[in-house]
Design a binder for this molecule. Structure first.
Ligand code: SAH
Length: 364
C-alpha cells in the first residue's frame, strides 16, 4: 500500500493564543469580544459545535464552524473496563493517522492519558507504540481536543459516578512528548490558563513523561511551568538501558538523571522515575540497589520511583516480573530511602495506553 500523504492538520481555535483568537474574529468582521464568547463555549462548556453557540449571530456561526472548529479527531472505537470507569478511545485524525487516549476514574480523582504523536520514533522494544515508528507530530489542537472530549464526557456524567471534573493529565499515551516540544508546551499553556482563556488545570497535576531527551528537559526546566516530570528509565545501567530505550546511546543514564535532578532543583517538583519491570531483564535486586545508589548520589527527597509491571505487547517474548521479584525490587528501593509505588495497571485488559489498539488497526 502506498504511504498516505501526511500534511499539517487544519488550524483550529485551540491552536490560537488569546491574542490570535481576537485577530481571527476581527478578520471575520466581528467585534473582539466574540473571541471571549468562543473561548467560554470551548473551554468552559467544552463545546466546539457553533450550532450550540446561540449567542453568536446566525450568519457568523457558519463561518466560525468552517474556519475555527474543523473536526480534528473522530472517535472510531471505544473500549471500556472497570465497569465503565476506564475508557479508551481510538481517534482517527484528518489524514487517517490514529491515536488513542485513556480516561480513568477513581473514587477521588480522574486521570486522562493523552497522545502527543501518532506513533513514536523512540523505538523502545517493549512498547507497542515504539514498534509502529513515527507517523507525525500532533498539533496543539489535536492534543487539546483529546482533553476537551474527556472533560465534556465527565461534565455530562457519561462516566459512572455522576458528573465530575478532570483532575490529572498525563502525557503517557502514544508518542514522545518532548520530541513534539512546541505543540506540547502550547498545550500545557492552554491547559493551565484560567477559564475561560484555557482549561484551568493545575500544572502540578500535569505529568510530562519522557525517554530522557536532555536538551528538551533543560528547556522545560526554564519554562516556569511546574508540571511533573516523569523519566522513563527502565534500567540504571547504560548497557541495558541502551537496549530498552535506544536514545540512551545519545543521552546516558547519568546525563538523564542529572537533567531530572536539575528539573527538581529549579521547579521544586519531585520527579517520577518510570520503570517497567520485565521478567529476568531489568528486575534484578542488584539493579534496584544500583538505581537506589544513583538516585541517592543526587540527593534525598527529589525523586520517587514508579515500577510498572510490564504490559506485554503482542509478539513480544517479554513478560512481567514475578510477584516476589517485584516485591523484592520495591523493598530494595525503599531500603535505600526512595519512595516507591507500583503504578496502577488499570486498563491493561484493554491494552491501556500502550499503543496496542492503534497497532492492531495498522495490522488490519
Ligand atoms: N514516550 C514517553 C511517554 C509515553 S509512554 C515515555 O517513554 O516516557 C508512557 C510510559 O509507559 C513510559 O514510562 C513507557 O516506558 C511505559 N510503557 C511503554 N510500554 C509499556 C509496556 N508494554 N508495559 C509497561 N509500561 C510501558
Amino acid at each position: 500500500m502506498a504511504p498516505r500523504r501526511r500534511g499539517k492538520p487544519p488550524r483550529h481555535f485551540a491552536d490560537l493564543t488569546p491574542a490570535e483568537r481576537v485577530a481571527s474574529v476581527e478578520a471575520m468582521g466581528e467585534k473582539p469580544f466574540r473571541a471571549k464568547q468562543l473561548a467560554t463555549h470551548y473551554f468552559t462548556h467544552f463545546t466546539a459545535d457553533p450550532a450550540e453557540m446561540t449567542d453568536l449571530p446566525a450568519a457568523t456561526r457558519d463561518e466560525v464552524a468552517r474556519t475555527m472548529f474543523p473536526q480534528l479527531i473522530r472517535p472510531t472505537r471505544r473500549l471500556e473496563a472497570d465497569g465503565g470507569t476506564t475508557v479508551k478511545t481510538l481517534w482517527h485524525l484528518f489524514d487517517d493517522a490514529k491515536v488513542e487516549s485513556v480516561l480513568m476514574r477513581y473514587p477521588n480523582r480522574t486521570t486522562l492519558c493523552v497522545s502527543s504523536q501518532a506513533g513514536c520514533g523512540m523505538a523502545c522494544p517493549f512498547c507497542a507504540t515504539g514498534q509502529l515508528g513515527l507517523t507525525r507530530n500532533l498539533s496543539t489542537a489535536e492534543i487539546v481536543e483529546q482533553v476537551r472530549a474527556a472533560m465534556r464526557s465527565l461534565a455530562r456524567g457519561e462516566i459512572p459516578g455522576g458528573p465530575t471534573r478532570l483532575n490529572n493529565l498525563v502525557f503517557m499515551g502514544m508518542g514522545e512528548p518532548l520530541a513534539n516540544y512546541k505543540a506540547v508546551i502550547e498545550t500545557v499553556r492552554t491547559l493551565v490558563a484560567p477559564q475561560p482563556e484555557g482549561l484551568g488545570m493545575s500544572a502540578r497535576n500535569i505529568t510530562v513523561s519522557t525517554v530522557g531527551l536532555v536538551p528538551a528537559i533543560e528547556k522545560l526546566t526554564k519554562e516556569g511551568i511546574p508540571v511533573t516530570l516523569a523519566l522513563s528509565l527502565h534500567a540504571p545501567d547504560d548497557d541495558l538501558r541502551s537496549e530498552l530505550v535506544p536514545i540512551n546511546t545519545r543521552w546516558s543514564v547519568d546525563e538523564a538523571l542529572d537533567a531530572a535532578r536539575r528539573y527538581f532543583e529549579v521547579t521544586g517538583r519531585r520527579v517520577s522515575i518510570e520503570y517497567a519491570l520485565i521478567k529476568d531483564m531489568n528486575d534484578h535486586a542488584w539493579r534496584a540497589d544500583l538505581l537506589g545508589e544513583k538516585l541517592n548520589a543526587r540527593g534525598k527527597g527529589w525523586v520517587h520511583v514508579n515500577p510498572i509491571p510490564l504490559n506485554p505487547t503482542p509478539g513480544s517474548i517479554w513478560t512481567a516480573s514475578e510477584r516476589a521479584v517485584e516485591a523484592e525490587f520495591v523493598a530494595r528501593l525503599r531500603a535505600h530511602g526512595i519512595p516507591t509505588t507500583i503504578r496502577d495497571t488499570r486498563g491493561s485488559d484493554i491494552d491501556g495506553a500502550c499503543g496496542q489498539l492503534a497497532a492492531d488497526e495498522e495490522d488490519e
